[in-house]
Design a protein around this ligand. Structure first.
Ligand code: MG
Length: 185
C-alpha cells in the first residue's frame, strides 16, 4: 500500500522533466495536474513560460490533458487559454476523473504510453500509481497559498513519507529523498 505513494521520478519543476527520454521510452500522453504543478494559485492567466512549455512539449509529439481536482472556473479558463482538454473536479485519488481524461484523448493510449505529472502524493501520485501509469512528482510551485483540503493532504503526506522512509528505505532514497529535501525550502 505504501508503495502506491512512491512516484517513479521526482523533478523540481515541469521544465526539469526529461521529455526526450520519456518520448524515446514510448510515452505519448501527459495527464497533468494544474494548481501548483503548472501554475501557482496566485496566477490568473497562463504565464509566458507555461505557453512556451506547452508548445515545446506538444511539438515533441506529446498530447497533454489537464486533470484537476479543483471545481473552480479557473480550470476551464486556463485550459481554454492554453488550448488543452481538461477534466475539473477529478476527485483524485479516485480514478473517475483520470478515466474521463482518457476519453478526451485524441486516440486510445496504452498504459505504457501515459504519464501523470502532479505535486501531491495523496492525490496525484496515488491516482496514477493506482492507474498503473508512469508517475512524476514535482515540487509545489507555491505552498504558502495552498487551500485547506491540500493542507490536510500535506499532513497525511508527511505521515506517509515518514512511514515510507522507515519501511522502504531504499525506495525512499531513490524516489523521494530529493523531494523531501526540496519541498519545504
Ligand atoms: Mg496540485
Amino acid at each position: 500500500m505504501l508503495k502506491k505513494f512512491i512516484p517513479d521520478y521526482y523533478y523540481k519543476t515541469i521544465e526539469d522533466i526529461p521529455y526526450t527520454k520519456l518520448y524515446d521510452d514510448g510515452i505519448r500522453l501527459i495527464l497533468t495536474d494544474l494548481d501548483n504543478t503548472l501554475i501557482s494559485y496566485l496566477e490568473k492567466e497562463p504565464t509566458e513560460a507555461l505557453f512556451a512549455w506547452k508548445e515545446k512539449v506538444e511539438k515533441m509529439g506529446f498530447e497533454i490533458i489537464i486533470v484537476s481536482n479543483s471545481r473552480k472556473d479557473r480550470v476551464e479558463h486556463f485550459a481554454k487559454e492554453l488550448g488543452l482538454p481538461f477534466v475539473k473536479f477529478a476527485k483524485k485519488p479516485l480514478l473517475f476523473g483520470m478515466k474521463k481524461a482518457l476519453r478526451l484523448a485524441s486516440k486510445e493510449y496504452k498504459k505504457e504510453e501515459i504519464m501523470e505529472i502532479g505535486d501531491q502524493l495523496m492525490t496525484d501520485v496515488f491516482a496514477s500509481r493506482r492507474m498503473n501509469i508512469l508517475t512524476i512528482l514535482v515540487k509545489a510551485i507555491d505552498k504558502k497559498t495552498e487551500i485547506l483540503p491540500t493542507k490536510i493532504n500535506r499532513k497525511l503526506e508527511h505521515f506517509v513519507l515518514s512511514h515510507i522512509e522507515r519501511r522502504h528505505a531504499r525506495l525512499y532514497q531513490q524516489h523521494l529523498d530529493a523531494y523531501v529535501r526540496d519541498k519545504d525550502e
